[in-house]
Design a protein around this ligand. Structure first.
Ligand SMILES: Nc1ncnc2c1ncn2[C@@H]1O[C@H](COP(=O)(O)OP(=O)(O)OP(=O)(O)O)[C@@H](O)[C@H]1O
Ligand SMILES: [Mg+2]
Length: 304
């Protein structure tokens, strides 16, 4: 595990922040940390980075306790509300950060043009950061987070200032980072962003961890399945009825409510083994928004 926390807590005079968070992040995965405004996402990340001192619990990054200098050199961080030095050019800003990581001139010249290309700012590096648009500021922030070729990258709302094209580009960058074997910890309240790139997620609300796991682990309720069968027979219907919570049939279409994904396979097997010819299969789960609301409300009820 590249990140492991046990009861990690950071509160401000006994309130706010994040409380008793225990989670682990596997190396090479994209981990989405999801929660509404004020849920405690940024506090958690800043505490992991050693920028805030925890008020309780423990955490390890790359096997080392929070704040380890060697580990810091392998970590990248894009803060949520950053303001870099307006009077520096993009290139000077990157050079400054590269030097903080003790990169030699030979190393940083190459690295700077590499990260500028990744974030789409090549050609804009001689321009002062103060003259950058909001989207360009976010891109240069991302470039800074990548300058040390980190193994683990924390991105706190990386697309908040970006237009739809920019958002897509950042999503592609995140996927590319994963391909390179890097781990990305992504703070976001944008459900679609988290859904499209994350392997695992955790939901936080009012500072509490509500749930964590893969998308599949977070699923609640029944799974709806629609199958079109050319030669539906009574035998198929009877066997499917034994498997499904509910079955409805309209013409060649069978609508099933199933317990889980395993039952999808079993339903298909029943049809094939009974000489059914399947022409269409569709499964539907609750929308991501419904799931998110379910878990957030659950936490609210448990708190009362
Ligand atoms: N320095 C601080 N002093 C006092 N309270 C704080 C401080 N920083 C954060 N908080 C409180 O802790 C809670 C969590 O804040 P945090 O910024 O971690 O949330 P967040 O999930 O990142 O929200 P957002 O999506 O709006 O960025 C909030 O109630 C906030 O007011
Ligand atoms: Mg935040």
């Amino acid at each position: 595990m590249i990140i492991e926390t046990h009861g990690l807590t950071k509160q401000f005079n006994g309130s706010g922040g994040c409380k008793d968070i225990s989670l682990s992040v596997t190396e090479g995965r994209i981990f989405g940390f999801l929660g509404p405004n004020g849920a405690g996402k940024s506090t958690f990340v800043k505490t992991l980075l050693g920028l805030l001192i925890p008020t309780g619990g423990q955490a390890r990054i790359m096997g080392q306790p929070i704040g380890n200098i060697k580990v810091r050199s392998k970590v990248g961080y894009l803060p949520e509300l950053f303001r870099y030095h307006d009077w520096l050019t993009g290139e000077e800003l990157l050079k400054y950060h590269a030097q903080l990581f003790h990169l030699s001139k030979g190393e940083y010249v190459k690295k700077i043009s590499n990260v500028l290309e990744i974030v789409g700012l090549l050609g804009k590096e001689k321009q002062k950061v103060g003259t950058y648009s909001k989207g360009m500021q976010q891109r240069i922030g991302l470039a800074v987070a990548l300058i040390n070729d980190p193994l683990l990258i924390f991105l706190d709302e990386p697309t908040s200032a970006l237009d739809p094209i920019g958002r897509k580009e950042v999503r592609d960058i995140i996927i590319e980072l994963k391909k390179q074997g890097k781990t990305v910890f992504l703070n976001s309240h944008l459900l679609s962003e988290v859904e499209s790139v994350c392997d695992e997620i955790a939901i936080i609300n009012h500072g509490n961890l509500v749930v964590s796991g893969s998308w599949q682990d977070l699923q609640v309720g029944e799974l709806q399945m629609e199958i079109s069968i050319n030669n539906y027979s009574q035998q198929i219907g009877e066997k499917l009825k034994l498997l499904a919570i509910k079955l409805e049939k309209k013409h060649n279409n069978v609508f099933l409510s199933l317990k889980n994904e395993q039952d999808v396979n079993d339903a298909l097997k029943i049809i094939i083994e009974n000489s059914g010819v399947i022409t269409k299969v569709q499964t539907k789960r609750q929308s991501l928004e419904d799931l998110f609301m379910f878990w957030i409300k659950k936490e609210g009820k448990e708190r009362c």
